[in-house]
Design a protein around this ligand. Structure first.
Ligand code: FRU
Length: 486
């Protein structure tokens, strides 16, 4: 057996070979499904299939058989899945089942590339899939990039809506039955960031500060890598309104808002059909970046997902509305308490952390606003990943310049920062460290940095540096995270 130091202990990664985007996330009959872009024969991107995994608790995952394989219409690119509760498709005479809506990507030497949208359905909880006979269900004459359909039921107009990437914009279509689609509108020209191809959109409502009378629509869109930008591929979001036909953004055309300020959260979208009594908007992203995704250290598999996260809309102190995210609460069930301190000085915290040796854990801290401190995680010798707050600049940062292997790509090393928006009296940091990643959530998830790291398996130290000797940490807790603790 190969030794897999880089397989996250509490992050989903495929058993073998290559994985990129999460696809077809849908909740049905007690299971959260996660399909994924998968090259079952290669450790790099290649002939795309939909791999498949399920989880009942958002913590432990079971990988199942490949769900969708290429056919005469092409390979299977990204897309979504829904429950057809009312048999709008006619696929489900007996009981509701799942429909996947995905892109067929066809490359024939000597011909232009063709991307079309197709359907497959499952009557056995996603275990086996039948491709729809009328595939493809949506084509376009002029867009070469026409892909990644995300479909949802729009209650007000009682029809299905599809949002998909069409070149440098997103297009919105609607349908009564998932089979025949009518163009509604296009969004994106002249607004937001365009330094890369638009991919993997999502559109969903969220209540502002949990208040149902103040609902807004969120449009997520991932932007592909462009050599002109060091950041590589990343995801931007817009807030606005959606009337069943057109998305109208709140923000000015030149405002760009990023979902994550690290380098490794791409192509993420949200789960469909989360029960209304739960009401959460759950998200997962691919924890990599097209700038170097094919080059990262790999041992039998390549690719991992971010933690599943809950998305919310929050009004900040300045009145602006921000998309905030935090890991799903279910992860608490994997906690094994290691350290819990309250009102400790920096020196006491340094001492308490000094004896720990951990590779997969959660570290939470609350400090006064304006203070600066830096945790060093996954350390040994000269190796360290620094997660810190710069009180003077009002910034959260992750420094992975000395985090371990990096020479697979010259732009991997770096320091990534996120502005802390007008914090209150204190700042809280939730740091999730795993065998090849750090995910940091500050101020209740207002500032987020997700970064891959490739430390030595033995780099398990934790330390703390504070600028101010008098700094008092209101609380400091560490939990080992072990899904088997459940
Ligand atoms: C995003 C993406 C999608 C496409 C898929 C192919 O990472 O480029 O646009 O459907 O990956 O694997």
């Amino acid at each position: 057996m190969t030794k897999q130091n880089y397989r996250g202990l509490y992050h989903f990664s495929p058993k073998e070979k290559w994985m990129n985007d999460p696809n077809g996330m849908v909740y049905f009959k007690g299971e959260y499904h996660l399909f994924f872009q998968h090259h079952p024969k290669g450790l790099t991107w290649g002939t795309m299939h939909w791999g498949h995994a399920v989880t009942k608790d958002l913590v432990t995952w079971e990988e199942l058989e490949i769900a969708l394989a290429p056919d005469e219409f092409g390979t299977i690119f990204s897309g979504s899945a829904v429950v057809d509760w009312h048999n709008t498709t006619g696929f489900f005479e007996e009981e509701p089942g799942l429909v996947a809506i995905f892109t067929h990507h066809l490359e024939v030497p000597g011909s232009p590339l063709v991307e079309t949208q197709s359907l497959a359905y499952s009557k056995d909880r996603g275990r086996t899939w039948t491709k729809h006979e009328g595939n493809p269900v949506l084509k376009h004459d002029s867009y070469l990039d026409f892909r990644d359909p995300k479909v949802f039921w729009h209650y007000e107009t009682e029809r299905w809506i599809m949002i998909l990437a069409c070149g440098q914009t997103v297009c919105l279509y609607h349908s009564p039955d998932l089979k025949s689609w009518t163009f509604g509108s296009e969004f994106g020209a002249g607004i937001g960031f365009h330094g890369g191809v638009w991919e993997c959109p999502d559109l969903f409502p969220l209540n502002v500060d949990g208040d149902a009378s103040r609902q807004k629509w969120i449009l997520l869109v991932s932007i592909g890598d462009d050599p002109a930008y060091a950041e590589g591929s990343r995801t931007q979001y817009f807030t606005g309104n959606f009337d069943g036909l057109t998305f109208t953004p709140d923000q000015e055309s030149n405002t760009v808002r990023w979902l994550d300020h690290g380098r490794d959260n791409y192509a993420g979208v949200s789960w469909s059909d989360i029960p209304r009594e739960d009401g959460r908007r759950l998200f997962i992203g691919w924890m990599s970046n097209w700038k170097y995704a094919n080059l990262t250290p790999a041992e039998g598999f390549r690719g991992a997902m971010t933690l599943p996260r809950e998305l919310k809309l929050q009004t900040g102190k300045d009145g602006g509305i921000t998309l905030v995210q935090k890991p799903v609460q279910e992860l608490e069930s994997a906690r094994v308490p290691v350290l819990a301190l309250a009102n400790v000085t920096g020196a006491e915290a340094v001492q308490a952390l000094g004896s720990l040796q951990l590779d997969s854990y959660e570290l939470n801290v609350v400090i006064p606003s304006g203070s600066s401190l830096a945790f060093k995680v996954r350390t040994a010798g000269l190796e360290e990943t620094v997660v810190g707050v710069n009180g003077v600049r009002g910034e959260l940062y992750v420094d992975r310049t000395k985090s371990g292997l990096h020479d697979f790509h010259e732009q991997f090393r770096g320091v990534h920062t996120a502005k802390l928006q007008s914090p209150g009296e204190s700042i809280d940091l939730h740091i999730y460290v795993d065998r090849s990643s750090v995910e940091v959530f500050a101020n209740g998830g207002q500032a987020v940095i997700t970064d891959l790291i490739y430390p030595d398996a033995e780099s398990k130290g934790i330390s703390l540096a504070a600028d101010d000797d008098g700094l008092v940490l209101a609380s400091l807790t560490v939990y080992a995270l072990s899904p088997s603790a459940k």
